[in-house]
Design a protein around this ligand. Structure first.
Ligand SMILES: *Cc1c(COP(=O)(O)O)cnc(C)c1O
Length: 420
């Protein structure tokens, strides 16, 4: 134990206080009783059907079509209708869908993307032999910053790959303009953003394509799954071949494809989950606002900004911890909340350009906003089944951690030390 920690420990020992310790609102990390008896998970798969899904399974088995059948076709049609986009292509997962979109666009050179994202975004670029050019994000929305992107454009720029982060849409208007000016495609990693709206319209209609994830922590769950939306009929046709080994049906592939087909079972699961998606997004927004209302006054915390014309799908809820003002850093708060039995995540840390696979690929140009956000970000539990009482309890845990971090126990004053 460090000297400072020893002092801290002594300072809160009952003997040193006139008040009995149990009346103090001490965080669990300082010896208080954890606010949760059982672990509160950070995420929980949503929209899972019960018995009706078993009937779907029986139908699939009876049909003898386990993949590429009527459930996948129906899922694609329902999604196209939901997103208001002409073409949807289902895939085995979002990562392979991203890989295939970059592949069929037949790109060469550099792809501009954020570093503050999940590493799969970068994997899709690297798998295609393209060079990732990591670019800074916006301080408020945490999404790829269009102005920073302009500074990274070169003759080798082949595409731009923004990410609608945590459900908040990137500045699509600016990216669409940039794409037109530069005549390069924009492909959106929309893994977090199924159901996100801008000016009332759902994402899915922007750029060359947008790619959604249907894995268990995302908005709509297929078990594993991905979905590509595009306005481009020719691109949609090529993608249908590409997910089927590149084979359009004549056994003479046009592209080195993958087997990235969605199975009928996964499509059936996702179809059932679509029914309640809007309600789940509305509930997630309630949870977000509940957090923000309670935590707004905590010194040293701020939140991701949702632009006024956007309705976020709220895939994640992140706080940014400023060590100076909060009294302790993000990592301390993460430990403090873990001791309260609250599952939290430093998401995304480390940023992709600092991960071992990509350190060597990174061009070394500084990404100050990315580094700052990544060092300070902490994601809290959010899902539609989260109860208000649990949200309040998480807030209580953060508030008492904050009071402790700024209070006399964390920074013992000389007088208090001497009384021990
Ligand atoms: C989850 C995720 C992916 C990958 O999705 P899978 O369906 O798991 O392959 C890609 N990009 C981002 C930003 C993600 O969060």
């Amino acid at each position: 134990m460090s000297r400072a920690a020893a002092v801290r420990r002594k300072a809160v020992s009952p003997r040193s206080l006139t008040m009995p310790i149990e009346t103090l609102n001490l965080p669990a990390i300082a010896g208080g009783k954890p606010l949760f008896d059982q672990l509160l998970p950070i995420a929980s798969p949503e929209g899972l059907p019960s018995d009706e899904f078993l009937a779907d399974v029986r139908r699939i088995i009876a049909s003898r079509y386990l993949t590429n059948g009527s459930f996948v076709r129906e899922f694609e049609a329902v999604c196209a209708d939901y997103l208001g986009v002409p073409h949807c292509i289902a895939a085995a997962n979002c990562t392979s869908a991203l890989m295939l979109v970059l592949k069929v666009l037949d790109l060469n050179g550099e792809v501009i993307l954020p570093s503050f994202t999940f590493h799969a975004t970068a994997h899709a670029v690297a798998w295609n032999g393209l060079t990732p050019v990591f670019t800074d994000c916006d301080r408020d929305t945490f999404c790829l910053d269009p102005d920073s992107v302009r500074g990274r454009v070169s003759k080798k720029t082949a595409a731009i790959l923004p990410v609608h982060l945590f459900g908040v849409p990137v500045a699509v208007g600016q990216f669409e303009k940039l794409a037109a000016d530069l005549r390069v495609p924009v492909i959106y990693d929309a893994a977090h953003a199924l159901g996100t709206r801008i000016n009332g319209a759902r994402l899915g209609n922007f750029g060359a394509a947008e790619i959604f994830s249907l894995s268990p922590t995302k908005l709509l769950v297929a078990g594993e799954g991905g979905l590509i939306s595009t306005r481009d009929a020719a691109l949609a046709r090529r993608l249908r071949s590409a997910r089927n080994y590149g084979d359009a049906g004549d056994h003479d592939p046009d592209v080195i494809g993958l087997n990235a087909r969605m199975t009928e079972f996964h499509a059936a699961l996702a179809l059932r989950g679509l029914a309640g998606l809007e309600d789940r997004i509305a509930r997630r927004n309630e949870v977000r606002l509940l957090y923000e209302r309670r935590l707004r006054r905590v010194p040293g915390l701020r939140f991701q900004h949702v632009p006024h014309d956007a309705h976020s799908a709220c895939k994640d809820f992140a706080i940014i911890v400023d060590e100076e003002t909060f009294g302790r850093g993000r990592d301390w708060l993460a430990s403090a909340l873990a001791k309260e039995n609250i599952e939290v995540r430093r998401y995304f840390w480390p940023p992709v350009h600092r991960q071992k696979l990509y350190r060597r690929v990174w061009d070394g140009r500084p990404l100050p906003v990315t580094d700052e956000i990544s060092d300070r970000v902490l994601c809290l539990p959010i899902y539609s089944s989260l109860r208000n009482a649990d949200v309040e309890n998480v807030c209580d845990a953060i508030i008492r951690a904050s009071e402790y971090a700024r209070g006399p126990f964390a920074h013992p004053r000389p007088g208090l030390e001497r009384t021990v």
